[in-house]
Design a protein around this ligand. Structure first.
Ligand code: NAD
Ligand code: UDX
Length: 464
């Protein structure tokens, strides 16, 4: 149905790259061009080392690149020839001005819309792929309509639900594809064009079509609900630690009720990632701007609970280690915000590290995928002092080097390889008592205690 269609995506990041690679992989008769203003980003997409790590992504990109998948910095050229133009630019939380710290900055989206209005000489279907506040399509639509050529572009919303680390799986078999459009014949026709693309591989019943505002809002709500589950179980982990209950047992018992469901109930040191906090704060800000202050406060607690969880975990480390970690070496295993990604944005690890640095600890950090520059940038973003980073943190390429002479091992990301470590060896090279703080509850705690470790696991404090 779509033979000869030209699809363009503006923004070649964690969403634009994999999403477009999947369309190219599934629709061989469609040409997909991904453009970005960052030359470095595009050069990486055209190289053997892609700019992001995502299991399965390399194979798909290598198979379709320069066949029907192209990466380029020629934004205007791509806009000119595109039939469908996805907008997949970053929409970070505003750092200054009105709504600073909560509202999403949608200036990249507006810039892109202005450019399309200026450059396009034929009608385009512009797809909001970025996560945006509800009613952003209204302003984007007005900017697109304000072109001097009298061209009528269509704006539709199709937020992305992929999660990092499982992006390829999620794109191959999406739980749903959401497409919202204007409730006019032209709007319906534009929505149908995108439905036709996704129908190459997604069953029609998984493609949900709605009005524009429902689509935009659903994305924020989906992330708020997911994060709320993590904050809910994390709040219960605190109660488990003082009551003798085991948070994993509680999660299992509760999640077996089909109305609740078993997924997303894993207690952790705190959720991270570029989306949850940003999108909830965006929702909070929206509620406030519509005068819904109680609703805003309800959702704000999901973020507050997450901050408390990180702090609670870091304080527990200090308390358990005889109330001082000053000058003690601590091995930090994992820095990414979750396993199977090198992404560090909003990772809980940076806040835990900041707390330990302030207490004077020396940190030896190991992560299999995180780049040194990303780690440093995230630590600075989390307000760690530059000289503390330089003097108190060492990044190592080997877990056993991290553990050597360490007083404690702290697990902050649930990398599978951490479950398979030689803990006898680790125990032998550590200072004694040798502490393990499992911020992801992935290790065999009973087995570790038998080896001699002092183990703290979230929501699993042993009370006899
Ligand atoms: P990203 O920062 O990885 O990528 C965004 C890219 O857009 C960057 O490479 C940047 O250079 C480019 N860009 C910015 N302005 C541009 C412009 N005017 N012209 C051309 N390129 C421009 O961001 P991301 O993680 O891919 O997220 C993109 C959007 O998708 C955000 O709104 C985010 O909330 C949403 N989202 C992200 C995820 C995720 O897992 N990362 C999942 C679902 C939705
Ligand atoms: C999230 C949404 O899941 C995805 O649908 C959306 O498109 C983008 O935002 P992402 O942030 O990539 O995806 O990862 P996700 O798997 O949702 O994990 C987010 C954070 O929650 C991670 O830090 C993860 O470790 C944490 N988490 C998740 C828990 O602590 N416990 C859980 O049970 C699940």
């Amino acid at each position: 149905k779509c033979a000869g269609l030209q699809i363009v995506c503006i923004g070649a990041g964690y969403v634009g790259g994999p999403t477009m690679a999947m369309i190219a992989y599934k629709c061989h008769d469609v040409t997909v061009t991904v453009v970005d203003i960052s030359e470095k980003q595009i050069a990486a997409w055209n190289s053997d080392t892609l700019p992001i790590y995502e299991p399965g992504l390399d194979d798909i990109v290598k198979e379709r690149r320069n066949k029907n998948l192209f990466f380029s910095t020629d934004v205007d050229g791509a806009v000119e020839k595109g039939d469908i133009i996805f907008v997949s630019v970053n929409t970070p939380t505003k750092t200054s001005g009105i709504g600073a710290g909560r509202a999403a900055n949608i200036s990249n989206c507006e810039l892109v819309a202005r450019n399309i209005a200026k450059v396009a000489t034929s009608p385009k279907i512009v797809v909001e792929k970025s996560t945006v506040p509800v009613r952003t399509a209204e302003s984007m639509g007005r900017v697109l309509a304000a072109n001097e050529k009298g061209i009528k572009h269509q704006i539709i919303s199709s937020p992305e639900f992929l999660a990092e680390g499982t992006a390829i799986e999620d794109l191959l078999e999406p739980s749903r594809v959401l497409i919202g459009g204007e409730q006019t014949p032209e709007g319906h026709a534009a929505v149908q064009k995108l439905v036709d693309v996704y129908e190459y591989w997604c069953p029609r019943e998984r493609i949900i079509t709605t009005n524009l505002w429902s689509s935009e809002l659903s994305k924020l709500v989906a992330n708020a609900f997911l994060a709320q589950r993590v904050s809910s179980i994390n709040s219960i982990s605190a109660l488990c630690e003082v009551s003798g209950a085991d948070v994993d047992e509680v999660a299992r018992a509760v999640g077996t009720d089909y109305r609740i469901g078993k997924h997303f109930l894993k207690s952790s040191v705190g959720f991270g990632g570029s989306c949850f906090k940003k999108d909830i704060l965006n929702l909070v800000y929206l509620c406030e701007s519509f005068g819904l202050h109680d609703v805003a406060e309800y959702w704000n607690w999901v973020v507050k609970m997450n901050e408390l969880q990180k702090e609670r975990f870091a304080k527990t480390i200090v308390k358990r280690m005889f109330n001082t970690v000053t000058r003690k070496k601590i091995a930090v295993l994992g820095f990414a915000f979750k396993a199977d990604t090198g992404d560090t944005r909003e990772t809980a690890a940076s806040d835990v590290c900041r707390f330990l640095l302030e207490e004077g600890a020396r940190l030896s950090v190991y992560d299999p995928k995180v780049l040194a520059e990303d780690m440093e940038r995230e630590l600075l973003y989390a307000k760690c002092e530059k000289d503390q980073i330089d003097q108190q943190i060492t990044r190592v390429e080997d877990v056993y080097a991290a553990a050597k002479d360490a007083h404690a091992v702290v697990i902050l990301t649930e990398w599978k390889e951490f479950k398979e470590l030689d803990f006898d060896k680790i125990y032998s090279v550590m200072e004694k008592p040798a502490f393990i703080f499992d911020g992801r509850n992935i290790l065999d705690h009973a087995g570790l205690r038998e080896k001699g470790f002092e183990v703290f696991a979230l929501g699993k404090n042993k009370i006899n």
